[in-house]
Write a protein that binds this ligand. Structure first.
Ligand code: SAH
Length: 386
């Protein structure tokens, strides 16, 4: 490869092999600029154009030397996810269907509120974890999203929602609660978190970025070393027997282990608390005894519970708990010394609510986690790494 500062003497690479700059952290971009024979500080300028000015055309980056721009145009790209469909709910929630591959797609959702704008992004096309109450699980797993696709969702939403350079932020909060299990895509997710938090990137505070996991314990410990974003954990049951039915990963990493990892994360990160998501399923996990058992496990720890009214989807055997039951459950948690809130359901009329994101997934994996867990248990309860 030509590494001098001059334009390449070889023909440009195929568009597919160009480096998508949205996938590079500050350090990655500095290294890339050096590789192109330019000074690492060019990375700052590039990030300024990319993230502060929302510019994705090299020819508009006027403070970069012309030959450097030409070099970038030949060898790099700023490629955004392609929008296949936009739906707008009556409450202002927007859902975009984004192209992953020829016949694969994933979704992102924007939820406007008076004091913030939250973007819910996907981390995978489909999901392999097989949680029984989640419609994404029904789709199976296709592939991980790249760092550029993760960052591209936030970039694209800002642009689609009218971001202007120097203007107010539009996406103020990002939650990794769309399709997929973010910690099963650790390698791509962690650099994306760095770009979200970097003051030269989206410059979001760590409390405004939340990663939600179904409970991949080893990756929670790893995350504690590499990031300090807010952590949400999909708990959904107070005991292992029930949780293993609802969230199969629990058979590998039972609740006690999961909670240990959560408290470790908070200690390491000097965090405030872990948010435990708890989907309210009628006559499954919503009894007063279950509320008491949950409070017992969490009281005295840096924990709060977010109760999510179940969002139904075709073919599901579950029903949503009544409002009265959800409120009673919350009150019981509060009495038991645990902070608890009820998540307001948004975007229901366009299937944009929690657990309703299905994208378009042609499942290419033969084995799903549920099957892997059973196989592992059959093999003498040996642990299988994910
Ligand atoms: N895989 C990650 C993030 C994606 S789901 C995780 O499990 O945390 C985001 C939240 O929506 C999770 O708490 C998930 O359990 C919840 N959820 C899934 N299906 C749901 C449904 N049908 N109704 C309500 N919440 C649901």
């Amino acid at each position: 490869m030509n590494v001098s500062g001059s334009p390449p003497s070889v023909p440009p690479m195929q568009p597919d092999s160009r480096v998508n700059l949205l996938g590079l952290t500050r350090a990655g971009l500095e290294a890339y600029c050096e590789r192109l024979g330019s000074k690492p500080f060019r990375a700052r300028q590039l990030m300024n154009w990319l993230y502060k000015r929302g510019c994705n055309r090299f020819e508009d980056m006027t403070d970069l030397a012309k030959d450097f721009r030409a070099r970038l145009a030949a060898e790099a790209s700023i490629e955004l996810p392609q929008i296949l469909r936009l739906q707008r709910a009556s409450d202002g929630t927007c859902k975009w269907l984004l192209r992953a591959d020829a016949d694969q797609a994933y979704e992102m959702v924007y939820i406007p509120e008076s004091d913030r704008g939250t973007l819910c992004i996907s981390s995978q096309v489909g999901c392999a974890l097989d949680c029984s109450f989640c419609s994404t699980a029904q789709q199976g797993f296709n592939r991980n999203l790249s760092t550029a696709e993760l960052v591209g969702q936030v970039w694209l939403a800002n642009r689609e929602l009218g971001f202007q350079p120097g203007g107010d932020r539009i996406v103020t909060n990002v939650v990794l609660m769309g399709m997929g299990e973010p910690l099963a895509n650790f390698r791509n997710v962690v650099p994306a978190l760095h770009i979200l938090l970097d003051d030269l990137g989206f410059d979001l505070s760590r409390r405004r970025v939340t990663l939600s996991t179904s409970g991949l314990v080893p990756q929670i410990y790893k995350l504690a070393q590499e990031s300090n974003v807010a952590l949400a954990v999909s708990l959904h049951a107070p005991d292992d027997a029930l949780r293993s039915r609802l969230v199969p990963i629990n058979r590998l990493h039972p609740i006690a282990e999961l909670l240990e990892a959560c408290w470790h994360y908070i200690d390491e990160q000097n965090g405030r608390s872990v948010t435990f998501e708890y989907v309210m399923l009628d006559a499954v996990n919503d009894s007063p005894e279950q509320a008491r058992a949950l409070a017992k496990r969490l009281a005295g720890h840096p924990a709060k519970v977010n109760l999510i009214p179940f969002n139904p989807f075709p073919g599901t055997p579950y029903r949503r708990s009544s409002d009265a039951v959800i409120e009673r459950f919350r009150d019981q948690l509060l009495r038991g010394g645990v902070m608890a809130t009820i998540r307001r359901t948004r975007g229901e009329d366009i299937d944009a609510a929690c657990g309703q994101l299905v994208g378009q997934v042609i499942d290419r994996t033969v084995v799903r986690l549920g099957a892997r867990v059973s196989a592992a248990q059959a093999r003498d309860r040996t642990r299988v790494p994910l």
